[in-house]
Design a binder for this molecule. Sequence first.
Ligand code: GLU
Length: 471
Amino acid sequence: MAQTDDHTPKVRTRFPPSPTGALHLGGARTALFNWLFSRHHHGDFVLRLEDTDRQRSKEEHVRGILQAMEWLGLDYDEGPFFQSQRFERYCQAVEQLLQSGRAYWCHCSPEILEQKREQAMAAKAKPMYDGACREQGLGPAPGAVVRYKGPRSGNTVYNDLVKGPISFDNAELDDLVILRSDGSPTYHLAVVVDDIDMNISHVIRGDDHVNNTPRQILLYQALDAPLPLFAHVPMILGPDKTKLSKRHGATAVMDYRDLGYLPEAMLNALARLGWSHGDQEMFSRQELIDYFDLDAVGRSAAVFDQDKLLRMNQRYIQAAEASRLAELVRPFLAPRGVERPDPELLSACLPELTPRAKTLLELSEWAEPFLKEEPAMDPAAAQKFLGPAQAPVLERVLALVQELGSAPQAMEEAFQGLTQELGLKMKDVAQPVRVALMGRTFSPGIFEVMAILGPERIKARLKRALDLARE
Ligand code: GLU
């Protein structure tokens, strides 16, 4: 373990995703817990890509993972390291284990192993390697692998920082392959060598790795290295208490960005997957760092509730600074044909729209008709509200705006006068005007809409609507 000046071990955590797919919620939660723990303890956070599986590891997934980390604001002090660049080091460790008698060459062919596995299954025994080559003193050969030579008796015990004391019977752990026949290291060897070399003090990961831990502890011991501390965080379930999957909604972190979630909402929801701080629901990044520690990570499975995330997102949208929100919503406006929104118009309409939007996507939907030179016209709305019958009303409103401008109070009074004069209800005036200005039947209050658009845009849009109404 690395030492700080006062000789207490420095906290060093790591996040070691395999770039075989997108970063999912489970992985992101693991990354976040490691990041928070290191930040809380003024330690280091290391990023390492476990790309030893050359077939399944893809450059695009590496990029996707790095992007997701950046989006969440999970910065790292060291890395990204790539296991594919460290093969020589793993081979050296294998050599060390062979030399010290803690590993051996195994010549059992895959066919023989499969046969033995089937026999064990038929006899209802746990299929495990029978140690045929363990004492043979074999050397390298085509197709041969190297196995770790584990103890056949005793227990491997450790104190999990989340789960408490855990003990495994060594006789249950078979001799792991550490070097494949193609010369590549297996996950167990690479992860242990890296965590040793990178001075990792705390291994925080999903509890699907609990069973790997005793095997890895044995490898640390065989390599004469000090052990890190282990913390296995509970698995994540959907609201129906089954393992989280696509059935429960998007599972990739970046899908949430594309659906219009704010990173702080995501971070908050991820932090609450297995960790809590009293009843507090919303945390700033700094609060998460200040409060996070492993003693408040629960043992029972965590539930990911997308509806809750959505509500949270709405609150973060409302809390976000207007200028930032304007930046955040832009990528959602572009596909709607609003490439360069008028900055003044955008900041004028956002305060009116944020209370209505749960996501940036919804926000962009609301904002689109304000920002488009000519908003798209809903044909059904035009059919119903922009006909010859409404033309006189629209003409009168046009004249009013020409005379008075578009300030809300003046408009409200003018509309009231107009309804009385024409014997109409407010909605008979407001709805055609709304469709004329917004191209649809829903929007914020009509006087707010008018105030935001200003007289020039209103006039242009009313004229367009009049052309339609008179057709
Ligand atoms: N690459 C492994 C995974 O993605 C890392 C597991 C570990 O933390 O040791 O599951």
